[in-house]
Design a protein around this ligand. Structure first.
Ligand SMILES: CC(C)(COP(=O)(O)OP(=O)(O)OC[C@H]1O[C@@H](n2cnc3c(N)ncnc32)[C@H](O)[C@@H]1OP(=O)(O)O)[C@@H](O)C(=O)NCCC(=O)NCCS
Length: 277
């Protein structure tokens, strides 16, 4: 349990300076890769949004977004979400995102986008299952050479661009934490499935790119950081997942949910042409 949590807008260079330390602690990035105070100052002045989560009086996390245009549509792009390690797992991340949604709705917008690493299953669970984003855009090696944004040396900085249709009925149900119909997943086909190799490692199988089912699963790893000591395995899973997701995104599928468990799966669904949620 943590103390009383409140969310409020941050403003001014003194408050923004405190975000530098939070970034250093949460991401351990070198200074060159931190979002600087002047960026928070100007973008919050020009329609951006910086919300802080306070536990009692202590700043425990923040979310930062700025006005953007995605596929010709005005939206907010959320670039940073961070909660200090000692406050993680107590619902602050969720509270920040729901507060961000409320503020962006007030601006008259109905879409928030952001990117994240598809191999980070906790974030996938937050994004798809808890918040209700969808995704149909795979960005290969999007941030290039930045070493701190990679999962390991030489591994491309692949990202998913997710769309959060904040006015949709589904997102509203998520906001109200309404129970959703549970789907029997056991019969669903799998475009990607892991197997236990002879050396004991859990390896990606051969991607199945021939599926035509309206809904299917693609497995991913549960804890990517735990795989870092095993040579090559992160790159193998990333390559397989990239192949599957780019293939099916190009055929009109979108990721609409994430199943977090002993094994983790993206749930892909064929989208009617032009439909966003
Ligand atoms: C991502 C982050 C902001 C989440 O903040 P948090 O306060 O720890 O998260 P919450 O306690 O609000 O949990 C939100 C959701 O995250 C997911 N989640 C959190 N911990 C999880 C865990 N151990 N296993 C699986 N899912 C988990 C769940 O979907 C959870 O929703 P639920 O409680 O309804 O199941 C925080 O972990 C963080 O700062 N991480 C490092 C930086 C980062 O990855 N930023 C986001 C980049 S997209």
């Amino acid at each position: 349990m943590v103390g009383k949590v409140s969310i409020r807008k941050l403003s001014g260079k003194d408050e923004f300076t405190r975000l530098i330390d939070i970034q250093r602690v949460v991401w351990k990035h070198p200074d060159l890769d931190l979002t600087p105070v002047h960026q928070f100052c100007i973008s919050s002045f020009m329609g951006g949004l910086v919300l802080g989560a306070f536990v009692e009086e202590e700043l425990a996390g923040f979310v930062y977004s700025f006005p953007a245009i995605y596929k010709g549509k005005f939206c907010h792009h959320s670039h940073l979400l961070a909660v200090l390690p000692q406050f993680q797992g107590y619902g602050l991340g969720k509270k920040l995102k729901w507060a961000q949604r409320r503020e962006v709705l007030k601006l008259g917008l109905d879409l928030i986008t952001w990117t994240y690493d598809p191999m980070q299953s906790r974030n996938a669970n937050l994004n798809f299952h808890t918040l209700g984003v969808i995704c149909r855009n795979y960005l290969s090696d999007f941030y290039g050479e930045t070493p701190q944004l990679r999962l390991g040396p030489g591994i491309p900085t692949d990202r998913l661009l997710v769309e959060w249709p904040i006015k949709s009925a589904r997102v509203q149900r998520k906001a109200e934490e309404k129970e959703e119909k549970s789907l029997d997943l056991s019969f669903l086909p799998k475009a990607l499935e892991g197997y236990r190799a002879e050396d004991g490692s859990y390896q990606p199988g051969q991607p199945n790119l021939k599926l035509a089912a309206p809904v299917f699963l693609a497995e991913t790893v549960r804890d990517v950081r735990a795989l870092q000591p095993t040579p090559g395995i992160i790159a193998s899973w990333q390559a397989a997942l990239r192949q599957v997701l780019t293939h099916y995104f190009n055929r009109g599928y979108a990721i609409v949910d994430f199943i977090f468990g002993e094994q983790c799966y993206y749930l892909l669904k064929k989208m009617p042409a032009g439909k966003s949620s």
